[in-house]
Design a protein around this ligand. Structure first.
Ligand code: NDP
Length: 285
């Protein structure tokens, strides 16, 4: 047996072959406003807070928007109608209706209707989410299931429903809105923390399964974000503590999350998949 030289001497051929290969790869487009123009996005829970900001930011880049929300009280429809008006002012096409992400038949129908109305689906943002906080020894089955079914089952239903279309067109961007609480927990949010940690697992699995068809699946983990409901629902001491814990010493805005979602949907992020990007001002540090 002949001894191998050390250090190994590489022939230049494989290196040159690799360089040739890289040179012939199509270059990612520069990040410009028009980068996403003409694409179609579904945003779940697009009628308020972070979902509304994501829908508006994408629409600002020329993306047509389909969004759903949980209908029921008249205020929910009025809120959704107001967002649809804002989106149309950005001169994009809009499709919206109440669709319960917990109900897979409803989700499948929503995806079919989006294709009928807008033609294609390039982007899915799984944003719809709720919390039902309580110490776990007092948590009811209803509280546990409501959160798991909305935050985790809902994202699974939508991902499964768009997957055949995205696989067939060999293109897609899926962004899941998880939370810092899927990474580090607090008291009273066992259901929420489990749902958001589960969403991170779903993100990674979907990235593995859909990657071969050029579909990127990533997650954004917001820290405390000033949305109307958060500001109304969370005691001020908790918000103060969150502010103090953050390296940047402030709460985030829905716009902060929306900007990261748009980045993940852009060609600038074409080689990023299966990751979780905290948008938390350094809360997790
Ligand atoms: P909001 O309560 O403002 O918005 C939630 C949206 O989801 C609404 O449009 C709501 O519709 C919709 N929704 C709720 N349940 C369903 C359902 N079953 N089917 C369809 N739509 C539904 O929340 P935020 O903007 O604050 O949060 C958005 C996401 O960001 C959530 O996933 C949340 O967990 C996550 N997040 C938020 C943080 C924050 O600080 N705000 C921090 C970390 C993560 P409707 O209004 O009709 O009920």
């Amino acid at each position: 047996m002949t001894e191998k030289p050390f250090p190994p001497s590489f022939s230049s051929d494989p290196v040159e072959a690799l360089l040739d290969e890289v040179a012939t790869e199509p270059r990612p487009e520069r990040i410009v406003e028009g980068n996403l123009r003409g694409q179609v996005a579904i945003v779940t829970g697009g009628s308020s807070g972070i979902g509304r900001a994501v829908a508006l930011e994408l629409a600002g880049c020329g993306v047509d928007i389909a969004f759903c929300y949980l209908d029921g009280p008249p205020e929910a429809d009025a809120e959704a109608e107001a967002v649809a008006r804002e989106l149309k002012q950005l001169e994009v096409r809009v499709y919206k209706r109440g669709c319960d992400v917990r109900d897979s038949d409803d989700v499948n129908a929503f995806v079919r209707e989006t294709l009928d109305a807008l033609g294609r689906i390039h982007i899915l943002v799984n944003n719809a989410g709720i919390g039902r906080d309580r110490a776990l020894w007092r948590m009811t089955d209803e509280q546990w299931q409501a959160v798991l079914r909305t935050n985790l089952d809902g994202a699974f239903h939508f991902t499964r429903a768009v997957a055949p279309h995205m696989r067939a067109q060999e293109y897609g961007k899926i962004v899941n809105i998880t939370s810092v609480h899927g990474i580090r927990s607090e008291f009273g949010i066992a259901n929420y923390a489990a749902s958001k940690a589960g969403l991170i697992g779903l993100t990674r699995s979907a990235a593995v399964e859909l990657g071969p068809r050029n579909i990127n699946v990533n997650a954004v983990a917001p820290g405390y974000i000033r949305t109307t409901r958060l500001t109304e629902g969370v005691p001020s001491e908790i918000l103060d503590r969150a502010r103090e814990r953050s390296a940047l010493g402030r709460l985030g805005d829905p716009q902060d999350v929306a900007g990261t979602v748009v980045f993940l949907c852009s060609e600038a992020a074409r080689h990023i998949t299966g990751v979780v990007i905290p948008v938390d001002g350094g809360y997790l540090l």
